[in-house]
Design a protein around this ligand. Structure first.
Ligand code: ZN
Ligand code: ZN
Ligand code: FE
Length: 782
């Protein structure tokens, strides 16, 4: 514990006197049952005084002997409530007081609501074990009540309208607590003391079953059992959860899952599956220790894990992939539902393609009604929509691919306070917004892809909500350098200073921040596309960066970017480009027809623009690593046209992993110096991919060799820069590092060079983490 003043024993002269400490507790200590915990502890130890909260955290005035006060402070961190995160305990002042000045008891002081700030708001938390026991205890008054919660669990962020965080400013305001609930709420020794969403069957929200036209047909237990029957019969049901509506279907019935795919118009993108308990998860998947921890954590993310040999799940749950995303029940409703259905169900965001998750009841009927056979709803309003979070085991620690429900809007703590309050707007895809203040950055839930108009409204709401909850006006707005991103245009609306941060610089900063570092570091930023300071389309960068700036020290070889926006949806175009660079028109003519029917038109573009240089000075170049994965995936016949972002690369990784037991080759990759920059040239590598493919080598083996060789090349480039610059840390960032196989290869190679490897965990490596890095940079710069 830092900051506790060492005590001078000579002061003990005044025998009858008691020591008085003013203590400050910093961290996530509001709205998590911290004050009642202190109250109980003080009573146990016979300490007198009071505990209260202010804008920055919890404050205590405590009176007792030095030994007891020390014991109390020590136990704060060790025994605190499950949701509390203590950053520091500091004794701000101390003196000796005589008996008369000592309070007679210990009490909880009213909080200063006007001073309350964002720290009061935690993320939504999965049902705790005590509530779960009550849920299935026939003698308990909350037996089978789907909205049971307490101070240690339940909704927070999704029901919060504004500050201060009390019942009146949540969507629970319209439910008047019954006498019993009120008594729990007011009793400091009760688990439900100041649990804002506290409710019971008598006074709280209740379930409703609606037909697809929105007419309510039954309530409560009857509604629940109706949903169960429909699911068992293979029908599609919309279910209102914490942060929005899900679409659910029996995950073991091929016909049912296909029906959902057809209705949702979703071809191949994998669905998440909810299972009853850990044992079921372990039957379906290979669950290692780390994945087990993630499955059971209070955030309850969807955890992507390798499938086992079990064939319970329908094939169309995750077509072509050897992994599947599984999560456990996180609300009492889900527990009841899974208990009754007694088999895995697909539980996917209730939305139409590219639209945000539906969270309003009217919208659910209008948009989801046509897709479903019924709706299991309830009368507790969701104020902020929030998708499920997604985590993937990467061999080291788990990595959040989507940080949303269960995590947002919790803070990332910085090593040092920001110079300015900052609002960071993220990029374009998988966008989030962050606000930064003092030594904290609060990041919003996952919002979606801003290139779809329907997402923009959700985005603007999130900005307003986050700024309001932060309780401090931003002094600076940060945006991506890309001039055409919607977020870049929106940045100008605030009438504040706007700072442009380069895309990959923000990626590297987001990784630094989550490790409590400020740099400098060598950043390997590998992703799809980001706007470079030279106007090029970057995406395979070796940067030397800290929070104040960066230098580009290397990159993947730049190639003409001829297909524009089509490139990411149509990987075959990048494959043709690389073929053209390797062997000109002849090679494209030989191979092109096997990739896509439009190959000839693409060839003539390549001949004109690349061959004859007709693109001239206007021709943009790209160093994108994501597009290189696309090219190889298409070339190997794995994915020539993709239906969701990252599909080609995911399938390529899956193919490589499938052949993991076979020996892969190390292809040659050229890492060379060009006028002070390290350039990673994948042409020799691609030539060997092509050669092996022609020889009929198993595609998965080629994919594995590609991963191995590219990983070695990237590591070599980073190590070269690290040595030159005298830096011993390398950050792996950007969406490409969601690739578990590649991460592992690069990590091991860098460690062999004696370098420290920083990887993403709680802040996504993809563009979902951008706003965190932007906030750190924008708030640091003066
Ligand atoms: Zn609970
Ligand atoms: Zn009640
Ligand atoms: Fe990116």
């Amino acid at each position: 514990m830092k900051g506790i003043i060492e005590h001078d024993l000579s002061v003990l002269a005044g025998k009858q006197k008691l020591l008085h400490w003013q203590v400050r507790v910093d961290g996530l200590v509001q709205g998590v049952g911290f004050r009642p915990f202190v109250y109980r502890l003080a009573h146990e130890l016979g300490v007198r005084g009071w505990v209260g909260s202010d804008a920055a955290g919890v404050v205590m005035d405590i009176y007792g002997s030095e030994a007891v006060l020390r014991e109390l402070c020590g136990r704060l961190s060790r025994e605190g409530p499950p949701l509390a995160q203590i950053a520091s305990v500091t004794v701000a002042a101390e003196d000796w007081v005589s008996g008369d000045d000592v309070p007679k008891a210990f009490r909880i002081a009213e909080s200063q609501s006007q001073g309350q700030s964002f720290m009061a708001v935690g993320a939504d938390v999965a049902t705790c074990s005590e509530c779960l026991m009550e849920l299935f205890d026939p003698a308990n008054r909350r037996y089978r009540y789907p909205f049971t919660n307490c101070t240690n669990c339940g909704p927070r962020y999704t029901i919060l309208l504004g500050l201060p965080y009390d019942r009146a400013s949540t969507t629970m305001a319209r439910f008047v607590m019954c006498e019993e609930c009120r008594a729990e709420y007011e009793d400091p020794s009760n688990r439900r003391f100041h649990a804002q969403p506290n409710a019971c069957p008598r006074c709280g929200p209740r379930l409703e079953w609606k037909n697809p036209q929105g007419e309510v047909e039954s309530f409560g237990e009857e509604a629940l059992m109706r949903a169960v029957r429909e699911l068992r019969a293979g029908r599609v049901v919309a279910i209102k959860g914490l942060g929005g509506y899900h679409l659910a279907v029996d995950a073991t019935l091929e016909t049912a899952v296909m029906r959902l795919r057809e209705r949702k118009m979703r071809d191949a993108k994998p669905f998440a599956v909810m299972v009853k308990d850990l044992a079921t998860a372990e039957k379906i998947c290979k669950v290692d220790e780390q994945a087990r921890g993630a499955l059971l954590s209070k955030g309850r993310p969807i955890v992507i894990m390798p499938k086992s040999d079990d064939v319970t799940l329908a094939r169309s749950v995750a077509p072509g992939l050897d992994e599947v995303g599984i999560f456990l029940p996180y609300t009492p409703l889900h527990h009841l539902l899974m208990h009754e259905v007694d088999g895995p169900i697909v539980l996917t965001s209730g939305n139409l393609t590219d639209e945000p998750i539906v969270y309003k009841d009217d919208d659910a009927v209008e948009r989801l009604g046509p897709l479903v056979d019924g709706i299991l709803s309830n009368d507790r309003e969701i104020y902020t929509r929030c998708d499920d979070s997604v985590m993937r085991a990467t061999g080291g620690a788990g990595q959040l691919l989507r940080r949303s429900r269960g995590y947002a809007p919790e803070a990332v703590f910085l090593k040092r306070a920001l110079a300015r309050n900052v609002l960071a707007l993220g990029g374009e895809l998988k966008v989030t917004v962050s606000v930064g203040k003092d030594n904290r950055i609060y990041s919003s839930q996952h919002i979606g892809d801003l290139d779809h108009l329907a997402i923009e409204e959700s985005y603007l709401m999130a900005i307003n909500h986050m700024v309001e909850l932060c309780g401090a006006r931003p002094q600076v707005v940060v945006r991506d350098m890309h001039p055409q991103y919607r977020s870049s245009l929106i940045a100008e609306r605030f009438g504040l200073e706007v700072v442009e941060v380069q895309h990959h610089h923000a990626h590297v900063a987001s990784c630094l921040v989550e490790h409590g570092l400020e740099g400098p570091v060598v950043g390997l930023a590998m992703d799809g596309m980001g706007y470079g300071i030279d106007g090029g389309i970057w995406g395979g960068e070796v940067l030397v960066a800290d929070l104040n700036g960066f230098k580009r020290k290397g990159h993947l070889m730049e190639v003409p970017f001829v297909s524009g926006d089509k490139a990411s949806r149509e990987p075959w175009r990048m494959a043709l480009l690389w073929l053209y660079l390797l062997g000109g028109s002849d090679l494209v003519q030989e191979v092109g027809w096997q990739l896509d029917g439009r190959w000839q038109r693409m060839l003539s573009v390549l001949e004109q623009v690349v061959g004859q240089g007709h693109g001239g000075g206007l021709m943009r170049v790209t160093s994108s690593c994501g597009r290189l994965f696309d090219a190889v995936s298409a070339l190997l016949g794995i994915c020539a046209n993709s239906t969701y972002e990252g599909q080609a690369a995911m399938l390529l990784e899956a193919a490589a992993t499938r052949e993991a037991s076979r020996e892969c080759k190390a292809y040659e990759i050229d890492v060379r110096d060009e006028t002070g920059e390290v350039v990673i040239d994948p042409r020799p590598l691609l030539a060997q991919v092509l050669q092996d493919w022609r020889r009929g080598v198993v595609v998965g083996v080629i994919a594995a060799s590609f991963h191995e060789s590219l990983g070695q090349g990237l590591a070599k480039a980073a190590a070269t820069v690290a040595e030159r610059e005298g830096i011993d840390k390398v950050a792996l960032t950007g969406g490409v590092f969601q690739n578990r196989r590649l991460s592992m290869i690069v990590r091991h190679a860098l460690r062999r060079e004696g370098l420290d490897v920083l990887e993403h965990r709680m802040v996504p490596a993809n563009d979902g983490g951008l706003s965190v890095g932007q906030a750190a940079i924008g708030g640091t710069l003066r």
